[in-house]
Design a protein around this ligand. Sequence first.
Ligand code: SF4
Length: 83
Amino acid sequence: MPINTMTEELLWRETALCAQAGPDFFFPAPGSSTREAKQLCNACEGRVACLEYALTHDERFGVWGGMSEKERERLRRSRSGRR
Ligand code: SF4
């Protein structure tokens, strides 16, 4: 991947609200609520880019871009079904 493309792809991390929260907040134990993490994501400027990054890089764990693992998997399947 060219450096400029990689830099642009990761720019959303500069404004990531989760950087101020601990990792447990976004990687809760199985069965724990993800509601608070999702609320923070909804206020985050980089939410869309973060979600696309997680989908592109097949991130399987935690909340990314306001979506849980299961929600991202559903989105991934619905997108692949559209093609
Ligand atoms: S959308 Fe959520 S997980 Fe992604 S950078 Fe923002 S706060 Fe972090």
